[in-house]
Design a protein around this ligand. Structure first.
Ligand SMILES: [Zn+2]
Length: 236
């Protein structure tokens, strides 16, 4: 086997010439190195043509592989980890307590998780998520009438759940707004934006120009906050 490194599109590609009939093109994790295997007689010009033909695919594979490699390790809910609360990164302190009750308390930029020693990661995550839900309930109870009078519509019900793919939804017929408990990790402006967005659905069912015009009126910064939320999504 003959191995060559050739420059391509601002990077280098490893080309292996082997006694094979077909072409094999791979993008390898974690850094997205391109490996091309070709039959022995393949010329430099043919190799470049293959790479050019697959350019879009190669660059997209590299993007995905690199994005995946940068994904932070799953939170374990152990002491020393960072957990965000209303946009502030807090340090998690886990204390084992006797009995079977769990409790969470925030002290400045620390979050105390008090759980029995036998609690699993999943149970610790659940306790923290229940606490996020409670955070959100408290803020919504305090702010809802202000938000509702700003939009000029009120929800019959505000509910909260562990939604992983969206920040909020609105059931227009039942006038019920659902918010993701993970909003309690974000800056309070995120909750404000999502709540106003969902209430605005009580005027406009879809996201057409009328919807956007209303958002511009009720919450002029919505585009900026929307973008930030997309970048900082933490649905764990
Ligand atoms: Zn919407």
């Amino acid at each position: 086997m003959e191995e060559n490194i050739i420059p391509w599109s601002g990077q280098v590609v490893t080309v292996q010439k082997k006694a094979i009939k077909n072409i094999y093109l791979k993008v390898l994790p974690p850094e997205g190195r391109i490996l091309l295997s070709v039959p022995k007689g393949c010329s430099r010009r043919e190799i470049e043509a293959i790479l050019e033909r697959r350019r879009a695919w190669l660059l997209e594979r590299q993007r995905l592989i690199r994005a995946h490699a940068n994904t932070p390790a799953k939170r374990q809910y152990v002491s020393g980890e960072k957990i965000p609360v209303w946009g502030t990164p807090c340090e998690l302190v886990v204390r084992e307590v006797p009995g079977n009750k769990a409790r969470v308390a925030r002290k400045g930029d620390r979050v105390l998780l008090m759980v029995p020693g036998y609690a699993t990661r999943e149970q610790r995550r659940q306790v923290i998520n229940d606490w996020y839900r409670h955070q959100l309930e408290c803020v919504v109870a305090r702010e809802r009438s202000r938000l509702e009078s700003l939009v000029g519509k009120s929800a019959a019900e505000w509910r909260f759940r562990d939604m992983h793919t969206r920040w909020g939804t609105c059931n227009v017929r039942a006038r019920r707004v659902w918010l993701s408990i993970h909003l309690a990790k974000q800056h309070p402006e995120a909750l404000r934006y999502v709540a106003i967005h969902e209430l605005t659905h009580l005027w406009e069912a879809n996201h057409g120009p009328e919807f956007k015009a209303r958002m511009d009126r009720y919450y002029p910064r919505w585009r900026e906050v929307k973008k930030l939320l997309r970048m900082e999504a933490d649905f764990e």
